[in-house]
Design a protein around this ligand. Structure first.
Ligand SMILES: [Zn+2]
Length: 95
């Protein structure tokens, strides 16, 4: 059997787990972040153990932004998950 896989991206807030991009997702991480930025999301850097900004970033929705505390790299939640079509977001599920 020959198969084709395709990937769609949905951003998940590192604070409240709200999703951006439902129900269809985005083509790329860049596209997802541009779209989320327009909606008020920001992508603050993580911090290193010495308190300096790290090279990784978090995804933070507008609701979490006012109270967002910089996170250490290892404290971040899992960065990616693979969903089946059945577990993919549905329009009627809201966020
Ligand atoms: Zn949030």
């Amino acid at each position: 059997m020959s198969t084709l896989n395709f990937t769609r991206l949905v951003l998940v807030c590192d604070g409240c787990k709200k999703r951006h991009g439902d129900p269809h997702g985005h083509n790329s991480a860049h596209e997802a972040r541009v779209a989320a930025y327009i909606d008020g999301w920001r992508f603050p850097s993580t911090i290193k153990s010495n308190g300096q900004p790290g090279s990784a970033s978090c995804d933070v929705c507008p609701d979490c932004l006012p109270t967002w505390e910089p996170q250490h790299y290892l404290a971040r939640p899992g960065r990616a998950a693979r969903l089946s079509v059945d577990s993919a977001p549905r329009p009627e599920e809201g966020q």
